[in-house]
Design a protein around this ligand. Structure first.
Ligand SMILES: [Ca+2]
Ligand SMILES: [Ca+2]
Ligand SMILES: [Ca+2]
Ligand SMILES: [Ca+2]
Length: 300
C-alpha cells in the first residue's frame, strides 16, 4: 500500500482558536481546550485515504487506506498508542501502520459482510483483530501477539457489535446492541455469564466508553433526534441524560481530557468542528479539525 507521512503540514486543515459564548450546544469559532489529552482529534478521509491527527499541540497526516476501507484504530502493537488501521471488506484484511515506528502489517481476518470491532479480549494491552459476522451471529477474535483465536456465538443479524469491557477484568466482552428492542446483550468473555439490559431505542447510536471511571464500560447511547446522550452506569444503574449535539452530528467515543472518564464528544460535518463536554465538570471546548465526509475516529 502506498504510504506517505507528513508532520505538521496539513494545508487543508487549519487549527483555529477563538472564544465563543458557552451554551448547551456551542457553534462557531473554536474554544480552547486542554493541551494534555488522552484522545486525539483524528479523522480519516475516505476520498484520499488520509488520516489527519491533532493531538492538541501538533498535527500530522498519514496516507493509509483507500476508499471503501473501514477505519478501525486500536493499539495492535502494544506500545500504548493507537495505530493507523483500516479493515478492507473486499479481502477481509487488516492493514496496520504502527504510529510510533511506521512498521506496517497486513493480516487476513474476516470476510465481506463482517463488521470489524477491534478490542482487547486477551487483556495483554494489545487490541485483537475482531469481527462480528451478522450472517451467523458469531464473533471471531485473533490475538496479534500469539495468533491465538476465539469464537463466540453472540448476537443476530441487525445487531450492532460494541466490544468493550463491562465487567472490569480488562478483558473485552462480547457485546451487541439490538436496535429493534434497544437492548444490550453482554457476554463475559472469561466466564460466559450473560446479561441483557434495555437501554436505548431504535435510531439511537451506541457509544463505547466508561463514563464513570470505575473501569467498567457503561451503557451509552446517543440519540440523533434530540442530540442527547443517555448514560447508564453499568455498576449502579444510575442514569443520566445530557444534551450535547445537534442533528447531523456524529458521536465520538473517547476521554478527551485524560481524567479516566469518557466525555461527550461530537464531530459536526457541517463545519468540521469537534465539540467536547467534560463528563465530570461539564466544561466545554471545541476544535476545528476535519471536513464534511470525514470519519471521526476514536484514537489515543
Ligand atoms: Ca489482546
Ligand atoms: Ca470483561
Ligand atoms: Ca463505568
Ligand atoms: Ca474525560
Amino acid at each position: 500500500m502506498r504510504r506517505l507521512r507528513s508532520i505538521s503540514g496539513i494545508g487543508a486543515l487549519v487549527l483555529t482558536v477563538g472564544v465563543v459564548a458557552l451554551g448547551s450546544v456551542p457553534s462557531g469559532a473554536a474554544i480552547p481546550g486542554p493541551t494534555v489529552v488522552q484522545n486525539d482529534y483524528v479523522v480519516w478521509r475516505p476520498s484520499n485515504g488520509v488520516w489527519y491527527r491533532n493531538n492538541g499541540t501538533t498535527t500530522s497526516s498519514v496516507a493509509w487506506g483507500v476508499a471503501g476501507d473501514v477505519p478501525v484504530p486500536g493499539d495492535f502493537t502494544g506500545d500504548g498508542r493507537s495505530d493507523y488501521t483500516v479493515w478492507r471488506p473486499g479481502n477481509g484484511t487488516w492493514y496496520v501502520d504502527n504510529r510510533v515506528n511506521g512498521a506496517t502489517s497486513a493480516t487476513g481476518w474476516g470476510v465481506a459482510g463482517d463488521i470489524p470491532d477491534p478490542a482487547d479480549f486477551t487483556a495483554d494491552g494489545r487490541s485483537d483483530y475482531v469481527v462480528f459476522r451478522p450472517s451467523n451471529g458469531t464473533w471471531y477474535v485473533l490475538d496479534p501477539a500469539n495468533g491465538g483465536t476465539a469464537t463466540s456465538g453472540w448476537g443476530v443479524a441487525g445487531d450492532v457489535p460494541v466490544a468493550e469491557d463491562f465487567t472490569g477484568d480488562r478483558h473485552a466482552d462480547y457485546v451487541v446492541w439490538r436496535p429493534s428492542n434497544g437492548t444490550w446483550y453482554v457476554r463475559n468473555s472469561v466466564t460466559s455469564a450473560a446479561t441483557a439490559t434495555q437501554w436505548g431505542v431504535a435510531g439511537d447510536i451506541p457509544v463505547k466508553g466508561d463514563f464513570t471511571g470505575d473501569g467498567r464500560a457503561d451503557y451509552v447511547v446517543y440519540r440523533p433526534s434530540n442530540g442527547t446522550w443517555y448514560v447508564k452506569n453499568s455498576a449502579t444503574s444510575t442514569a443520566t441524560a445530557t444534551q450535547w449535539g445537534v442533528a447531523g452530528d456524529i458521536p465520538v467515543s473517547g476521554d478527551f481530557n485524560d481524567d479516566g472518564r469518557a466525555d461527550y464528544a461530537v464531530f459536526r460535518p457541517s463545519n468540521g468542528y469537534w465539540y467536547i463536554k467534560d463528563s465530570v465538570s461539564g466544561a466545554q471546548w471545541s476544535r476545528q479539525w476535519g471536513v464534511a465526509g470525514d470519519i471521526p475516529v476514536s484514537f489515543n
